[in-house]
Write a protein that binds this ligand. Sequence first.
Ligand SMILES: C[S@@+](CC[C@H](N)C(=O)[O-])C[C@H]1O[C@@H](n2cnc3c(N)ncnc32)[C@H](O)[C@@H]1O
Length: 474
Amino acid sequence: MPEANARMVLQDSLLSRLSEALAAQMGLHFPKERWRDLERGIAAAARDFHLPDAEACARWLLSAAPARDQIEVLASHLTVGETYFFREPRSFEILEQQILPELIRSRRDGERRLRIWSAGCATGEEPYSIAMLLDRLIPDPGEWNVTLLATDINPRFLGKAAEGAYGAWSFRGTPDWIRERYFKTRRDGRFELDPRIRKRVTFSYLNLAEDAYPSLAGNTNAMDVILCRNVLMYFAAERAAKVADGLHRCLLDGGWLIVGPAETSHTLFSRFATVNFPGVVLYRKTAHAGPRPVFGQRVLPRQEPSPQAGVASPEPLVQNLPIPREPPRETIRAEEPGLDGRARSCANEGRLAEAAKWCEQAIAADKLNPARHYLLANIRREQGQNDAAAQSLQHALYLDPDFVLAHFALGNLRLSQGRRREAERHFENAQALLRSRPQDEILPEAEGLTAGRLGEIIASVRSILPRANKEQPA
Ligand SMILES: C[S@@+](CC[C@H](N)C(=O)[O-])C[C@H]1O[C@@H](n2cnc3c(N)ncnc32)[C@H](O)[C@@H]1O
């Protein structure tokens, strides 16, 4: 690069303020050594914002907190989307040979459910790799209720991910048979993922630095495995610590967090137990390592981690990994009195049949309470009982036609059933209701989610609809 082009034009003080703001709003860390990248990204964003140059753009961004659509534009210029199928293969080997088989074994005779989240999924290669693993590990997928959620802050990446078509570069390091088995070569030379695998992943926008999780509305609660790889390395330390705490709360007891090899840290993941496998370090939430997430409720105040947390396993390899089961009942009662409170606690711990039972009792005690029908709908949804979930949501809406979250949930449900037109109608209803509310109003049953934020989430879901579902009848 010629010297003149390489010189930075923005003043240090401006770059410093900008990098602080971006760390707070998007988690992204731009230390001095990366200011040139920052400046390049801002210059590119200036064109999208129709501003004359990087300086005008930087000053404008600092004048007020950016709105969601501005964050999306910034994300498309400032994030690094480097990824490929089965990247860092050791993690996938451990998942395939140990973690997933053990989870599947332990759930086969009970509720057959699995919940996996790829947080910072970029263009989708990571969650689709998991979908391919599961395809081989679960021979009877119709009998299972598998959630494979994939989120990112960059809507362009999400659009590409939902399309499921990749160039050869996405397969570097991937065995040929994977491409032969799961992809079809298109005329333009790109490789198109088998729709059977593509449909198993749900993509959605989520800003790890700002959005609330665990969240019932965002479907980020009660996870068995979270992959958040090569994401936190770009985050400022303080923000990364908050994300680590949030991910901890999203996991069930015994759940796993997988980060990139360059991101392992006893300090950052001190709430987790460290499990050393040959060639890879994973983190696990143990029953004692911190407060459990609360389904449909605000998160409990932070407790200090117990001495068990964050202790490196003395054994280099854990063979048959036990998945910790039920916590003592007293804890549930002490934490969440009331029938619906019990239902939430059980759901939060993945004990869905029990949760449904408590919730039905709560409804029997107060049939006209829409929030209880909504809670039951979420439990049914997690059980894979979509028709029952839809019925409960309709019930909730009958009792309260302005129940925004129920419209949103029914929209999502119809979408997953391929009933696109109905989905659109519910999303429109929700958006119309949201428009009449103050943007900063916290919605009922929404774990702190504001009207403005839900409006943005719905807009984002709708914006990737045509590409995600193009073969489905409208
Ligand atoms: C290098 S990619 C990692 C992709 C994949 N996890 C992997 O390891 O191959 C980092 C991803 O993190 C996303 N990201 C950055 N900041 C984020 C934030 N605040 N919230 C959500 N995702 C974010 C970026 O958009 C990008 O897609």
